[in-house]
Design a protein around this ligand. Structure first.
Ligand SMILES: *Cc1c(COP(=O)(O)O)cnc(C)c1O
Length: 394
């Protein structure tokens, strides 16, 4: 065999994640590996927990990074809160609500589905109706930022309804954390999971989670053991917990946690609210360029995610061919549509370190070049100026 070192091409990542990783983060990752019980490492773990509390806007003690990607954070929240025979209201308006349903079923619980069209937010009235019909529901689960469509849902409103019916609120914030307004304590979120590879400018593979005191009381009061040994927070907290003598549970992904630490330090330096604003400003500039070109958005303005732009593919254009050319000729990755939107939209991510002016210009100019050559009905020569005008606040 003549297999040698792998050297990936240098890409610009403007899809649904992973997004561009900041050089400070990859630099942190290359630092020496130390023991996962080394006092120096344990000190860093405490900082990671504090920084995650900052990013989530929470005082929750049980705020930790799960040693696996966002999907493992999803499993962690559901598996710890649900027991066999429980009922859970699951809101679905895209791909990720469907995954929640799968996980609820695998917990031996019954999902009660609240469905909305792809590209639309979750309708809080439907959640209220579902809770009235199912007063024994233990929790309401909702995706804050539906990455499959680019739609945001009103988590605070849904949380107020859930609490009025004595149900817990469980939130998927994989794409929202660090990218748009998210207030765990203020919005009454009881369990939340996120990911490192979307708006945190970090590498994939870690899932920050947080549980409210109410949720912790539910977990400690369980009648049955959590089905997953690895994701059981009662056990994981022996390693991550406060005051406890840190005991071996599993070997933490040491270097990946250096990366998360660095990305959260950067978030704190920028300021959380400033990071939200940056995502919004860059979205508005990209939007100005795309609309000047004649392209249109899938999601209604009020519910659009700044970090995930779903754009309608022009009539007669092979969307996959466009993405292939952007990748091969411009080293630019954008995302395809999923499920109900497959073939009809592109998903352009402006997440984390990807959310910056040079990426907006690369995306607009390369998309214009490719679409122009393919004969798409677009306006050429105006997109960059429109984006620039927006960025400079004209
Ligand atoms: C990316 C994503 C996930 C899954 O995260 P992984 O790290 O890929 O496991 C879950 N929910 C949403 C909304 C996402 O965007």
């Amino acid at each position: 065999m003549s297999i040698t070192s792998f050297n990936p091409p240098v890409r610009t990542l403007m899809g649904p994640g992973p997004s561009d990783v900041h050089p400070r983060v990859t630099g942190a990752m290359a630092r020496p590996c130390i023991g996962h019980l080394d006092p120096a490492f344990v000190g860093m773990m405490d900082e990671v927990k504090l920084l995650l509390q900052y990013a989530f806007k929470t005082q929750n003690q049980l705020t930790i990074p799960v040693s696996a990607p966002g999907s493992a954070g999803m499993e962690t929240t559901f598996q710890n809160l649900l027991e066999r025979g429980d009922k859970a209201i699951v809101c679905q308006n895209g791909v990720f609500g469907g995954r929640m349903k799968e996980v609820v079923e695998r917990c031996g619980a019954t999902p009660i589905m609240v469905e909305d069209d792809w590209g639309k937010p979750v309708d809080p009235q439907k959640v209220e109706d579902a809770l009235k019909a199912n007063p024994d529901a233990k929790l309401v689960a909702v995706v804050h930022a539906e990455t499959s469509t680019g739609a945001r849902s009103d988590v605070a409103a849904i949380g107020a309804i859930a609490h009025a019916h004595d149900a817990l609120l469980l939130v998927d914030a994989v794409t929202s954390l660090g990218g748009s307004e998210l207030r765990v304590d203020e919005w009454g979120i009881d369990a939340i999971y996120s990911g490192t590879q979307k708006c945190l400018s970090c590498t994939p593979g870690i899932s920050p989670v947080s549980f409210s005191e109410r949720a912790v009381a539910v977990i400690t009061g369980r009648k049955s053991k959590v089905q997953s040994w690895f994701l059981d927070t009662n056990l994981v907290m022996g390693y991550w917990g406060p005051n406890a003598k840190r005991a071996y549970h599993h070997t933490a992904p040491v270097n990946a946690l250096y990366a998360l630490h660095e990305s959260l330090v950067m978030l704190q330096e920028e300021g959380l609210e400033n990071a939200w604003q940056r995502h919004l400003d860059n979205h508005l500039a990209l939007r100005a360029g795309l609309e000047a070109m004649g392209l249109s958005f899938v999601v209604e303005e009020a519910w659009r995610l700044p970090q995930l732009n779903s754009v309608t593919v022009p009539e007669g254009i092979d969307e996959a061919a466009v993405r292939a050319r952007l990748l091969s000729e411009f080293n630019l990755e954008i995302g395809a549509g999923l499920g109900a939107l497959a073939g009809k939209v592109w998903r352009i991510g402006l997440m984390g370190h990807s959310s910056r002016a040079e990426n907006i210009f690369l995306c607009l100019s390369s998309l214009e070049a490719v679409l122009g050559e393919m004969g798409a009905p677009i306006e050429t020569g105006v997109a960059l100026a429109a984006a620039q005008a927006r960025l400079s606040g004209d």
